[in-house]
Design a protein around this ligand. Structure first.
Ligand SMILES: [Zn+2]
Length: 152
């Protein structure tokens, strides 16, 4: 509240019990430096002092506005599929069709056609998705697509 010293007869804002609004009131009685009774300038009613509610016009709406841009980002629209998840799903649908006996042990000096099954020492069994020059191929493994060296 204000640091200004008040005394009886001063005008102060108070909620008025009759007008039901924050209005100017004249201080009628004070106890220990605190306003206790006021007289409404509008209806001239004398009643206990009710301090007006804390001002909200400045800080609260601004904080609300500042917080708003976050909301659209957080709102869950059609969730973008993370590419790794898509690759895992592709793996899940393809892997049952694999003829593992035909998987070739991966060697970076070999050539691999698309759809060739390979057996990689680290990633396990994978299927060649695409050959990208120079000398690289995309291979779908259980953990996702990896880029491997090959002859091309
Ligand atoms: Zn009043």
């Amino acid at each position: 509240m204000t640091t200004k010293k008040l005394s009886a007869g001063d005008i102060i804002e108070s909620r008025c019990t009759k007008c039901r609004e924050v209005l100017n009131h004249r201080i009628v009685a004070m106890v220990d430096g605190k306003v206790v009774r006021v007289e409404c300038n509008t209806c001239n009613g004398v009643h206990n002092y009710y301090p007006p509610p804390p001002e909200r016009d400045e800080k609260v709406p601004r904080a609300a506005v500042a917080a708003k841009p976050r909301t659209p980002a957080a709102s869950p629209r059609t969730p973008r599929k993370d590419p790794l998840e898509a690759e895992r799903e592709e793996w899940a649908s393809l892997s049952p069709t694999f003829d593992l006996d035909k998987a070739l042990h991966y060697n970076m000096n070999d050539r691999y056609p698309v759809k060739r099954l390979i057996d990689h020492s680290v990633f396990g069994v994978g299927i060649v998705k695409a050959v990208i020059s120079p000398n690289k191929m995309q291979v779908l493994f259980k953990e996702g697509v990896k880029l491997l060296r090959c002859q091309n």
